[in-house]
Design a protein around this ligand. Structure first.
Ligand code: 11C
Length: 347
């Protein structure tokens, strides 16, 4: 068992990390770290209780420590999962990497750094090789591995089988994003009932740039970004968990909706690795009114993207609707899967 810690353990994504690591066959949850406000308290008294899933009792009794890589609690920890806000992550994650820890981060701070892998295991595991360059550049014994923004993960998983088979010329996506994506600030935003907020700070830029890094090729020294354009339009809606995306794709080679369905259905690149958190990446639904967050967000324990309504588009080649559990597949589950794959194949 590899001993692990969670940074930002009391937040919305931190809680998801804990639920996913509580009884994990590869990782032993050793340290819960959070801000000075929470440090010294039992976890059950420090976290805001928002998630529906319960936290095991023994974890509730653990005492939260500060996010300090030199704190003795981290001595035997090899991996830390980071659910820190971006501004803190930029300062704290490098300090952990410098102290020899492998940081699997959900934060946006380091994602677009040239020597930092931005990984979706089913899509670009070869980008893990950037770690060697990162360690050499930064003189770290540890390393930082990031996962993308939740909306980006949903998009790139569905694009990857299309790109591999037909090539892509252009992508347009409109998102309908759940309030849990906004963290605790999202809870009061339930006041958006009977409303839609057509703006999420930096979200469109992240989707438009992160996607091209992930779908780009690592040439041995750097990632060459994918050569098509992604246009995104992002909206907040009054759903608790589950981001929905309307995706329009113009392919290079001709493709019919049936062809797209077939390549998505067959897409299962890591199925033989027996990774604990892995689930079939894309589940295609035939019913015309699916996917829906309440019915479909827990498909594959929240790790599968559910796709429906694959159909022709008169301007693009095809269009479809995709759903992702944003705090599992789009956040904590993404980091945990990155770590599982890394340990299994690259450590
Ligand atoms: C949202 N996608 O739903 C955001 C939350 O870059 O990891 C995640 C932000 C990020 O508001």
């Amino acid at each position: 068992m590899i001993k692990v810690g969670v940074l930002g353990a009391t937040g919305m994504v931190g809680q998801r990390f804990i639920q996913m690591l509580a009884d994990h066959p590869m990782f032993e949850l050793e340290v819960l770290a959070a801000s000075p406000r929470s440090a010294g308290k039992k976890y059950k008294d420090a976290a805001y209780w928002y998630q529906a899933e319960p936290i095991p009792e023994e974890i509730g009794e653990m005492v939260v420590v500060p996010t300090d890589p030199r704190h003795e609690a981290f001595k035997d920890v090899d991996i830390v999962f980071s659910a820190l806000p971006a501004d803190l992550a930029r300062e704290i994650e490098p300090a952990f990497a410098k102290e020899g820890k492998l940081v699997f981060s959900n934060a946006s701070a380091m994602r677009m750094e040239k020597d930092v892998p931005l990984i979706v295991p089913e899509v670009n595991e070869e980008h893990f090789k950037l770690i060697e360059i990162q360690r050499e550049n930064r003189k770290w014994d540890g390393a930082i591995v990031t996962n993308p923004n939740c909306s980006t993960i949903c998009l790139v998983i569905t694009l990857k089988p299309i790109l591999d088979k037909f090539g892509i010329e252009a992508v347009n996506v409109t998102t309908l994003q759940a309030v849990s994506g906004a963290g605790y600030d999202g809870v009061p935003s339930m006041a958006i009932i009977d409303n839609v907020i057509p703006y999420i700070k930096n979200e469109e830029e992240k989707m438009q740039t992160e996607s091209l890094k992930i779908l780009g090729e690592f040439d041995g020294s750097e990632v060459k970004f994918a050569d098509f354009k992604v246009g995104a339009s992002c909206n907040r809606i009054c759903v608790i968990d589950g981001h929905v995306e309307s995706i329009f794709v113009k392919t290079k080679e001709p493709a019919e909706p049936e062809d797209i369905k077939e390549v998505m259905d067959k897409f299962d690149p890591l199925k033989d690795l027996d990774l604990p958190t892995y689930a079939k990446p894309i589940v295609v639904k035939e019913e015309p009114d699916r996917p829906q967050p309440r019915l479909d967000r827990n498909e594959g324990n929240g790790m599968s993207i559910v796709v429906g309504r694959i159909r022709k588009d008169p301007i693009f080649t095809v269009k479809y609707t995709a759903l992702e559990h944003n705090t599992i597949r789009g956040a904590a589950g993404a980091s945990v899967l990155n770590a599982e794959l890394f340990v299994k194949k690259y450590l």
